[in-house]
Design a protein around this ligand. Structure first.
Ligand code: FBP
Length: 538
């Protein structure tokens, strides 16, 4: 397809590299990082890896450069900046040696074990510079799982004579990268495996990963539209807008959008869990706000609902866990299997299952993704809340109109043109991952630290994937996975919201952030997740 004039302008954007990655040669500082015993036992090779930080150096390398051959794969859901990671890899290896080559595995990890790839040449790369989406090589959610898939992955990467493979993915995909690195080492292969932190969800986050790429662009995209809905709400004064926001589990996206827009209320899944709030308590909170606003002459408002909320409601979570156990091993559920699974539920879960509207019941029964996750993107939690409020409000003698409108903002935020932050960040990650491969590091995630600062000052590093892993129950088994970071109740962002919650509920403090800016002061804005609002900002 043809690019728009604006896409062509963005193609010309030159990302800024951190100092530590600007020179041809690098120096390093190493650091030991703790790994859990249960992970060390299962994956001894990758557990021995150290954290390594790049330092600027002017010293020339004594080794003459030889061409590098690197494979890249995009894994899981789209996130703006994926093409810039590849661009960072491409520019790095070509700078290193003009005969270096980059190969893109097609359609996600499946492309590795089925040997589907393309070589990324100058012309193809030029087209995708600073563009959104993953369409250059596409993505997929397949996991490298079976012995045969592991063996094929190694065979095909070896046949391509790769120096390294870069897995650009979320927590599950990087878990897969870790296992692949362990497997390659155990087979005596010299092929390095490096991960890059991708996911709009913002939950691939820990002391080493400050934010995953795509979060900045996605939250800015959603906030633009939420801001527009807020102004519409206060203009017509007749609708309650329920906006569900993508983010599989953690509520980071919803919280960030709330801080950017100041909608009347955001439900935070983690708080619901922490306070053990039942579905009826959540509806109660919403109904109280709606009644009070109605009495103040306001029969309108905007409520943000994270898509992961449903899994945090204790009784729904218990139901989902039981369904997961019951459904493990089944795909393409028939009516007979559904009945069998439902009859195996505990009394309380069965009651809840039958209480839920049929649409939600069906959505809860959808096939899990290859990593065992419930497809929360398909569960219309906002509609469930609307339906329950339609029953609850009359019970409270609510005398004002309640006209709810529902929205789901999800896919439209994952493939936008990357913000300057994501364009720079991803370019740095691609450079960092390639440099790690060049210097023979494996089993690491490419990371940048201090990323609330200007990009030149970011510190690029490789962090052992094993240090991020723990055991978790998936598809009825305990498996080693990278831990997801949820919204913490004592985090600065949550605290900032909590301090304003009551005020934003009843006073319409709406904000319209407008579209993503690529020039001028607003183009360097970083998310609140990186730079939380101060009391003066609120
Ligand atoms: P990743 O974790 O792979 O980045 O994907 C996250 C996500 O965008 C979630 O926010 C959402 O629930 C899910 O993907 C949707 O999955 P799909 O693209 O398969 O519908």
């Amino acid at each position: 397809f043809q690019l728009s004039e604006f896409q062509k302008i963005r193609q010309k954007y030159i990302p800024v590299l951190p100092h530590g990655l600007q020179q041809a040669n690098s120096a390093f500082v190493f650091q030991d990082v703790p790994v859990l015993d249960e992970i060390r036992e299962k994956y001894p090779a990758i557990s021995a890896i150290k954290y390594v930080e790049f330092q600027p150096t002017n010293e020339e390398s004594s080794i003459p450069p030889s061409p590098l051959r690197i494979g890249v794969v995009l894994s899981g859901g789209q996130a703006s900046g994926g093409h810039n990671v590849i661009m960072g890899v491409f520019d790095y290896v070509k700078r290193h040696h003009s005969s270096s080559q980059v190969f893109g595995f097609l359609g996600g990890p499946r492309g590795i074990y089925t040997n589907q790839y393309i070589e990324i040449d100058e012309e193809r790369m030029a087209f995708y510079r600073n563009q959104g989406g993953f369409d250059m090589i596409c993505s997929g959610r397949d996991k490298i799982e079976t012995d045969e898939q592991y063996a094929n992955s190694l065979n095909y990467c070896s046949a391509l004579n790769l120096d390294g493979l870069i897995v650009i993915g979320g927590d599950d995909s990087n878990t897969n990268a870790a296992l692949l690195a362990e497997y390659f080492i155990s087979k005596g292969s010299h092929i390095k495996v490096i991960g890059c932190p991708k996911t709009i969800d913002g939950d691939l986050r820990n002391e080493f990963i400050e934010v995953s790429f795509g979060f900045d662009t996605a939250t800015k995209t959603y906030s633009e539209v939420i801001g527009n809905v807020l102004i519409d709400a206060v203009s017509s004064k007749k609708y309650y807008h329920f906006i569900r926001l993508m983010g599989r589990s953690a509520s980071h996206i919803a919280l960030e959008c709330e801080l950017k827009t100041r909608a009347n209320l955001v439900l935070i899944g983690e708080e619901v869990q922490e306070k053990n709030m039942t579905l009826s308590q959540i509806v109660d909170q919403l109904a109280t706000m709606i009644v009070k606003r109605g009495e103040a002459g306001k029969s309108y408002g905007v409520i943000l609902v994270p898509e992961g909320l449903i899994e945090f409601i204790p009784e729904v979570n218990a139901l989902i866990k039981e369904l997961n156990e019951g459904m493990a091993g089944h795909t393409g559920l028939t009516e007979e299997i559904v009945n069998q699974v439902v009859s195996g539920l505990s009394e309380s879960s069965r009651q809840l299952y039958h209480f839920l509207p049929e649409s939600i019941r069906n959505q809860l029964m959808l096939d899990r993704d290859p990593h065992g996750n419930v497809q929360v993107a398909k569960i219309e939690t906002e509609r469930l809340l609307m339906m329950l409020l339609e029953t609850e409000l009359p019970k409270r003698g609510h005398r004002y109109p309640f006209l709810p409108q529902s929205y789901y903002f999800g896919y439209e935020g994952r493939s936008s043109l990357p913000s300057n932050f994501d364009a720079n960040y991803c370019y740095a990650l691609g450079n960092c991952a390639s440099a790690l491969i060049k210097y023979n590091f494996t089993g690491c995630m490419a990371v940048c630290r201090g990323i609330d600062q200007p990009p030149e000052n970011w510190k690029a590093a490789g962090c052992p994937l094993a240090a991020m892993m723990h055991l978790e129950r998936r598809k009825g088994k305990d498996v080693a996975v990278i831990k997801k970071a949820l919204v913490e109740m004592d985090s600065p962002c949550f605290k900032a919201y909590e301090s304003m919650r009551e005020h934003w509920m009843y006073n319409d403090c709406y904000r319209t952030p407008g579209p993503i800016q690529f020039d001028g002061v607003a183009s360097t804005d970083v998310s609140f997740l990186l730079k939380p609002p101060t009391p003066e900002d609120l």
